[in-house]
Structures are given as structure tokens and as C-alpha cells.
Write a protein that binds this ligand. Structure first.
Ligand SMILES: Cc1cc2nc3c(=O)[nH]c(=O)nc-3n(C[C@H](O)[C@H](O)[C@H](O)COP(=O)(O)OP(=O)(O)OC[C@H]3O[C@@H](n4cnc5c(N)ncnc54)[C@H](O)[C@@H]3O)c2cc1C
Length: 487
């Protein structure tokens, strides 16, 4: 069969999730001839099966919990949770019943060209999708994300277990649910379903839930879920999973068994680099994630963005990196086009490049460089667990002269009024006199985090943090106490 002829375009973006869609749209708006390839839904995991529907579920579950708190503070209330409005909202408002027409039109409306299919590198500067081949004049951007990984547990792969997709798409709740994986996603979904009356058990291999965060945060989160009726088993080594057509049985080391109607597996996600044709461009496809430099370059003319890079599986990381890719690609285009007769085109992309430049941090030489020192992350349980930068353990492992300051939310005025569980934990570099990490657990832990992100990001000197004014009686006032407790 004859090889298809390739079509010359400016940029090809493979995978239009959060990161890819942002890059493709902004490059198209800047006047480049951009082809965007997506095999599933434009927008990716976040709007259809991730952040947005899960936060809609959490909003609903928290309203149920708040209504129940009337009995503690304001009389009596009987709450009868109903999943139907939640499922309807996810279908109607978040996902258009998992239809991406609006997102496709958003991209084509910016001047991009959309191709539905699986893209794969076909040698340097070339991408193949089905029987079409595109030759990219200026570059290729990979934003192919990750997919849920199945842990190597005997029998599991043959069972109809849930991933986040089925958990978000569910119309009728099961009576019982086993959640394998006590990370952020597992805990968020476990609490939601428990608040709607599902008997939930979380099974975690590590010795605590939220194992990547501070142990104090894990304790508060675990206690909160237990108060919602969630059973939590940590240090469990799952050995086998069976499904008899009705019930899942998970058998752990020592013969301990867990059973439930449904099994949700949220033990991690994997980038499938082997599917991308990377070996044809001199990039090792056996890496866990696609290694990039601080301008998101994986190879000459090849950029990557989002979860695929392994720098943090968060929408805000994908968006942050997208701003860098846009600026760097436009800079590259401007340089390629700069010549005696190309000034008009150069200034057209130049304007967009400068706008993109202002979007990132670590700006050097016109194009922002990625800097993850102040990477924020929030687990949207109730209470929320927000964190930025290094944990105490990470700071010690790096040989930093660590000081730790903790304050309990319950001993702050607002926390006491609220009867809130939570804490602030600060990690300081005593030699530099700045915070290098912080954790904020509480009813608005993710929002309280913002001030701490500024402190870590801008390396605000500790005396300045101690001498500023914290509004009374806010949750964030507990930061002042934690600063006082640094030692
Ligand atoms: C349940 C859940 C809750 C989450 N909650 C939050 C949250 O609250 N806050 C937060 O910041 N993050 C959250 N995340 C993470 C967030 O969804 C991801 O970080 C984000 O979607 C990453 O964007 P991305 O562009 O890298 O990849 P994705 O969104 O995964 O998009 C990649 C796209 O590439 C496509 N693709 C893959 N291979 C190919 C190919 N060869 N050709 C064409 N297309 C291809 C895929 O179909 C997909 O659409 C959550 C995730 C989950 C699962």
C-alpha cells in the first residue's frame, strides 16, 4: 500500500485534555495553523470524569453533611439524600452526557483544525492519525495524559471493577463499595458515597491514607471519614480479587477478606509512552513519564504538557505548563520566521508570545521556566487537606535545617466556634528563614492554603510573615500561631 502523503502544518497537538486543549487553542488564536488530535473527548479527564464531576459530587455530599449539622447547632433536621439530582447535574451541566461538541467548536472557533483519532509520532516532526500524516513545520506537542493503572492483583483484571469513570457515571448507587486506594481520589469519592448512604470500605496498602501528605493530615482525614461511617483498613496487601456475578471479594495477605457490591480501583495512573512512537524520535518510551526540561521540551521540536510529564497530576499543573509551552513555541516560531521579509508575521506571533510570557513564573530570557517549588495540591475531603511545597519528611531528606510549627484549628477562635477539626503545619528552612512547605487542613483548607502558597513561592522572609495582620476570627489566623510555634 502506498504511504499517504503528509500535509504540512505549523503545529500538531496530540491529546486535547486540559493541557493539550489549552496549548492548541492558544496557538491557533495566535494565528498558527494548528491540528489538534483527540481520540476520546476534547477537554480530557478533568471535565468529564475528574475534577469537575467529582467536585459536583462533593458539593452535594457536603450539603447533606451540613444539613445534618443542624442537629448539632440549630434544632432538628431530617435529611434524605437522593443521588438522582447529582447524577442529573453531572450529565446535564458538567458533561453534556459525555459529549464534547461544545469543546470541539471552542477549538475550531479559535481557528484550530480538529481530527478525531489516536495520534502517534511517525518519525521526527511527523504525526500519523489513521491514514492521515501531518508534518509539523514548527513542532509537536504531546498532551496524552494518563489512564488508570490496574495493580497486579490476581483475578482483578477479569472482574468488572470500577475506575473513576464508572464512579462518576453512576446513576444508581450500590449498597456497598470497596475502594482500593486511600489517596486523594479514593478518599474524596469514599466520603461522597458514604454520605449518600453507601457502606464504604477503603483498603490501602500503605500504613496510612493520604500517604504522600503529612501524617497529621492523614490522621484528620481518616478520622473524618470514619465519622461518616467509612471503614478504613491500612497496611493491607491485596492478593486476590473475585467476582461471583454479584459481589466482589478482595482477599488480603493473612486471609483477611473484604466484600462489597462494587469495587472502585484508584491506586494510581500510568502514562502509556509505548503508544506514542517515541523511539522513532530518539526518546526512550520505557520511562514512567515523559521527561521534559524546564520549558517542557522532550526533544528537538517536541514538547509535552500535563500529567504525561509526571510533574504533578493536577489540572493547575497542566495549565501552568501549557502557558510555558505556548510561550516557548511562539518564541521558536518567531525566531524561525525572523528574517528580512518576515517582520509582519513575526510581530503577529510576538504579541501573543509576550501575553503568554506573563502567565508563568520563573521568567528568564522572555520565556517562563517551570518551577515546581510551590506546587499546591488539595484533597477535597471534608475537612479539606491543602498542601504546598515540601512535607517535613521531604525537607529532612533534602538535608534542610528544618523547623516545624503546628497549630490545631480547634484552638483558634474560628475553629472553636465552628467545632472544626484541622491544623496548620509549617515547614521552614531555618538557614534561609523562609517556609519551604505547608499543610492546611480544615473546613476551607484549600482556600487557606493560598496565603501559604504565596509565602513558599515568593520565599517571604519569616519576620515578614510574623509581622503581618491576620483577620480575626478567620481559619487562616491559625497560621500566625503555627509561625509562633516554629522550632
Ligand atoms: C477523579 C479525579 C479527580 C480529579 N480532581 C482533580 C482536582 O480536583 N484538581 C486537579 O487539579 N486535578 C484533578 N484531577 C487530575 C486532572 O484531571 C488531571 O491532572 C488533568 O486532567 C490532566 O490533564 P492532561 O491534559 O494532562 O491529561 P488528560 O486530561 O488525561 O487528557 C489527555 C487526553 O489525551 C487523549 N489521548 C491520549 N492518547 C492519545 C492519542 N494517542 N491520540 C489522541 N488523543 C490521545 C485522551 O483521550 C485524553 O482526552 C482529578 C483526576 C481524577 C481522575
Amino acid at each position: 500500500m502506498a504511504e499517504p502523503e503528509s500535509e504540512l502544518v505549523d503545529v500538531v497537538v496530540v491529546g486535547l485534555g486540559v493541557g493539550g486543549e489549552e496549548v492548541a487553542g492558544r496557538l491557533a488564536e495566535a494565528g498558527l495553523d494548528v491540528v489538534g488530535i483527540e481520540r476520546s473527548l476534547v477537554g480530557g479527564e478533568c471535565p468529564y470524569w475528574g475534577c469537575i464531576p467529582s467536585k459536583m459530587m462533593i458539593r452535594a455530599a457536603n450539603s447533606v453533611a451540613e444539613a445534618r449539622r443542624v442537629n448539632e447547632f440549630a434544632g432538628t433536621a431530617q435529611v434524605q439524600p437522593d443521588w438522582a439530582p447529582v447524577a442529573k447535574r453531572i450529565r446535564a451541566e458538567a458533561t453534556d452526557t459525555w459529549d464534547d461538541r461544545v469543546a470541539v467548536e471552542r477549538f475550531t472557533g479559535k481557528g484550530g483544525r480538529f481530527v478525531r483519532g489516536s495520534g502517534r509520532l511517525d518519525g521526527p516532526g511527523r504525526v500519523r492519525v489513521g491514514d492521515q500524516v501531518f508534518q509539523a513545520r514548527h513542532g509537536i506537542v504531546l498532551g496524552t495524559g494518563t489512564r488508570p493503572s490496574t495493580p497486579p492483583i490476581a483475578g482483578l483484571a477479569d472482574t468488572p471493577y470500577w475506575t473513576n469513570h464508572q464512579a462518576v457515571e453512576v446513576e444508581e448507587l450500590p449498597g456497598s463499595l470497596l475502594v482500593l486506594g486511600g489517596g486523594a481520589i479514593g478518599l474524596e469519592l469514599a466520603q461522597v458515597f458514604a454520605r449518600f448512604g453507601v457502606a464504604v470500605t477503603v483498603v490501602e496498602a500503605a500504613d496510612r491514607v493520604l500517604a504522600v501528605e503529612e501524617p497529621e493530615a492523614s490522621e484528620v482525614a481518616a478520622a473524618a471519614l470514619r465519622a461518616d461511617g467509612v471503614r478504613i483498613s491500612t497496611g493491607v496487601k491485596a492478593e486476590r480479587v473475585d467476582h461471583d456475578g454479584r459481589v466482589f471479594t478482595l482477599v488480603a495477605a493473612g486471609g483477611v477478606e473484604f466484600t462489597a457490591e462494587k469495587l472502585l480501583v484508584v491506586t494510581g495512573r500510568r502514562a502509556h509512552l509505548d503508544e506514542l512512537g517515541l523511539d522513532g524520535v530518539g526518546v526512550d518510551p520505557s520511562q514512567r513519564y515523559l521527561a521534559v526540561d524546564d520549558r517542557m521540551r522532550a526533544a528537538e521540536g517536541l514538547w509535552a504538557v500535563g500529567d504525561l510529564t509526571g510533574e504533578g497530576a493536577f489540572t493547575h499543573i497542566a495549565m501552568y505548563q501549557a502557558a510555558i509551552v505556548v510561550a516557548d513555541v511562539l518564541d521558536h516560531v518567531r525566531r524561525a520566521r525572523s528574517g528580512p521579509d518576515a517582520s509582519g508575521t513575526a510581530s503577529a506571533v510576538g504579541g501573543a508570545a509576550s501575553a503568554a510570557n506573563t502567565a508563568g513564573a520563573g521568567i528568564a530570557g522572555g520565556v517562563p521556566h517551570a518551577d515546581y517549588r510551590a506546587l499546591p495540591r488539595v484533597t477535597f475531603t471534608d475537612p479539606e487537606v491543602g498542601a504546598v511545597g515540601l512535607t517535613e519528611r521531604q525537607a529532612r531528606e533534602r538535608g534542610i535545617n528544618v523547623q516545624v510549627g503546628v497549630s490545631q484549628l480547634g484552638s483558634s477562635t474560628r475553629g472553636w466556634i465552628h467545632r472544626a477539626d484541622g491544623l496548620i503545619k509549617l515547614i521552614a528552612d531555618a538557614d534561609r528563614g523562609v517556609l519551604v512547605g505547608a499543610t492546611s487542613v480544615g473546613p476551607a483548607g484549600g482556600e487557606v492554603l493560598s496565603g501559604l502558597v504565596v509565602a513558599v513561592h515568593a520565599a517571604v522572609p519569616l519576620p515578614q510573615l510574623r509581622n503581618m495582620i491576620y483577620a480575626y476570627p478567620t481559619f487562616h489566623r491559625a497560621i500566625e500561631d503555627a509561625l509562633r510555634n516554629l522550632r
